[in-house]
Design a protein around this ligand. Structure first.
Ligand code: RFL
Ligand code: PHB
Length: 402
């Protein structure tokens, strides 16, 4: 087997990259170790930045998102029993976010790739990378009971934090930094009506809570728990009781309950692999970086990475110009570090840290007070939340980015 670009992983990064390459006339094959049904039903992100929404629309993937997603113009920050609205649209000259679940984006991408006769091989196993510093890198894998070999010009590792791509870079050549938080999120899907017109991020002495949404009948909520806690310790009644307490407001607002149809606990880390290119292997999305979810940035960063990469590969294949491709790590890492800063700031501002002194808890409340009462500070939150712009000046083969 042979292709121009071999993509490992059919998450948002891998599927979007293969779609963008197809639009530029570049061949790719996507290798995915799970089934189509599995990737199309795994519950993960919910918030799409303005730039992600624009890209989906501009590349023919926006129809269902526009019909079924919900545009949100603001978010609420809650503390001391009071809710404060951040009007993101007003503070960012008209930008907003879209509530449209990640697995629906995946469904749209898979359908479009298959409609365009794209190659996605599901249920592959034993994926191994070879000769990644040569001009013809190779991948071997098992597919339908047979060992296969695929050679290509470039391999792109879009295989998430635990995938094999990053591990193919020799340890002494791979620059990684990590920060682990003492917080976990218990997430639920509940069959109820929406509880708020916009997302509520709540700080409470008992811990953070987030009210989000999926559809008009299914809501997505989270509460901060110990990252080592077990889901068996959380009965539905206990979850509702904690949620009620953490999001109740002084004016008597209360939460709608409903049957919980899914619950799980995730831990939280910030991670950056600064070696986003090694030879002819590129890393994109969660394989190169992880952000804690309070900033809602992970999927959006993955999409931004592959936008830069697809443009760089197109410049190379169409014009023989390698400049942009060579700048891929530099361009992405600048954005990644800004998203790390924002996600770390949101996380620390909103979670209850047992190791904090009374003084530090006081500062945390003052930070929330400041961001909700100062226009300068809420504008900075809004600008980062809707997503920093990414634009290309292709006439000069230069990139304008922030
Ligand atoms: P993915 O989505 O993890 O996809 C990687 C794919 O690679 C496959 N794979 C392999 N394939 C072949 N061979 C192997 N050996 C393989 N190993 C792995 C996997 O099966 C998978 O299909 O990475 P990608 O594409 O980089 O996308 C990243 C996003 O999924 C992730 O950042 C977001 O879900 C993070 N995230 C959020 N991001 C947002 O932008 N907005 C949000 O609102 C948001 N909320 C969240 C989140 C993540 C969460 N969790 C579960 C940590 C909320 C939560 C709770
Ligand atoms: C979600 O809806 O899953 C969601 C929303 C906002 C976040 C994280 C997750 O910050």
């Amino acid at each position: 087997m042979k292709t121009q670009v071999c993509i490992i992983g059919a998450g948002p990064a891998g599927l979007m990259l293969s779609h963008l390459l197809h639009l530029q006339g570049i061949d790719s094959i996507v290798l995915e170790n799970r089934s189509r049904a599995d990737i199309e039903s795994t519950i993960r992100a919910g918030v799409l930045e303005q730039g992600t929404v624009d890209l989906l629309n501009e590349t023919g993937l926006g129809d269902r998102m526009i019909a079924e997603g919900k545009e949100h113009e603001g978010i609420y920050l809650q503390f001391s029993g009071q809710r404060h609205r951040i009007n993101m649209k007003e503070l960012t000259n008209g930008k907003s976010i879209m509530l449209y679940p990640q697995h629906e984006v995946i469904r749209d991408l898979v359908a479009k790739r298959l409609e365009n006769k794209g190659d996605i091989l599901f249920n592959v196993s034993e994926v191994n990378l070879y000769d990644i510093t040569s001009f013809t890198p190779k991948i071997t894998f098992e597919y339908e009971g047979e060992l296969q070999e695929l050679s290509c010009d470039y391999i792109v590792g879009c295989d998430g934090f635990h995938g094999p791509s990053r591990k193919a870079i020799p340890d002494n050549e791979c620059k990684e930094v990590q920060h682990v938080y003492p917080f976990g999120w218990l997430g639920i899907l509940a069959e109820t009506q929406p509880v708020s017109p916009e997302l509520v991020y709540a700080y409470h002495e008992k811990g953070f809570a987030l009210l989000s949404t999926r559809t008009s009948n299914v809501q997505r909520h989270y509460i901060q728990v110990d990252p080592n806690d077990k889901i068996e310790n959380w009965s539905d009644d206990r979850i509702w009781s904690e949620l009620h307490e953490r999001v109740r407001t002084n004016d008597g607002w209360t939460l709608n309950e409903g049957p919980i149809i899914q619950k799980n606990i995730v831990s939280m880390r910030s991670f950056v692999c600064e070696t986003m290119r090694y030879g002819n292997l590129f890393l994109a999305g969660d394989s190169a970086h992880i952000v804690p979810p309070a900033g809602a940035k992970g999927l959006n960063l993955a999409v931004a990475d592959v936008q830069v990469l697809a443009k760089g590969l197109a410049e190379l294949y169409q014009n023989g110009n390698e400049e942009l491709l060579n700048c891929y790590p530099e361009i992405c890492l600048r954005r990644v570090w800004k998203a790390q800063r924002f996600s770390n700031w949101m996380t620390n501002m909103l979670h209850r840290n047992q190791n904090y002194s009374q003084f530090e808890h006081g500062i945390q409340l003052a930070e929330l007070d400041n961001v909700t009462s100062s226009q300068h500070h809420s504008a900075s939150l809004a600008e980062n939340y809707v997503g920093l712009p990414l634009s290309f000046d292709t006439n000069n083969h230069k990139l304008v980015y922030q």
